[in-house]
Design a protein around this ligand. Structure first.
Ligand code: OFO
Length: 165
């Protein structure tokens, strides 16, 4: 059973995961608009992953005898300067998510809520991977700069990403 404070915090984060999904769906569409089909695929897979994260919170809250409270979501940005700006926005957002997960974990520790601590472990590991992937892509994009051939190579690489639930 969750404390009221923990239930509110988990519900808040569930809504943040849904915002993440919308952010990457928006980026996928914009990448497609720019003609970057590979990047559009990468962000669509990211959207699908965020929906998995959202569903994990949804299932956990329900399994603890609580119910989900969906809130209003801000609209994500719908235009970006270029692909590098999209990935810079991505890592900035993921760094924020990592902090949110750390704060939730801290609360669970304070409350001696071991079940929630175990639930959050998966997300702690996931955030390491998310940030690492983003940093790698940003590094490559900075290397190629405005070189069209380099950008197409990276776009092809991003097109190979597959959703694995
Ligand atoms: Fe759900 O990890 Fe990204 O936001």
């Amino acid at each position: 059973m969750l404390s009221t404070e923990m239930a509110v915090a988990l519900n808040g984060h569930l809504n943040t995961e849904l915002y993440s999904a919308h952010l990457y769906l928006s980026m996928s569409s914009y990448a497609n608009f720019l003609g970057l089909k590979g990047a559009a695929n990468w962000f669509m897979v990211q959207y699908q992953e965020e929906m998995v994260h959202f569903t994990k919170f949804y299932d956990y809250i329900n399994s603890q005898g609580e119910h989900v409270k969906l809130g209003p979501l801000d609209a994500p940005p719908s235009e970006f300067a270029n692909l590098l700006a999209m990935f810079q926005k991505t890592i900035e957002h993921e760094t924020h998510i990592t902090k949110c997960i750390n704060d939730l974990t801290e609360l669970a520790v304070q409350q001696k809520d071991h079940a929630t601590q175990i639930f959050l472990q998966w997300f702690i590991t996931e955030q390491i991977e998310e940030e690492e992937n983003d940093r790698e892509i940003i590094g490559k994009l900075k290397l190629v700069g405005d070189n069209g051939y380099g950008l197409l190579m990276i776009d092809t690489e991003l097109g190979a990403r597959v959703f694995t639930p």
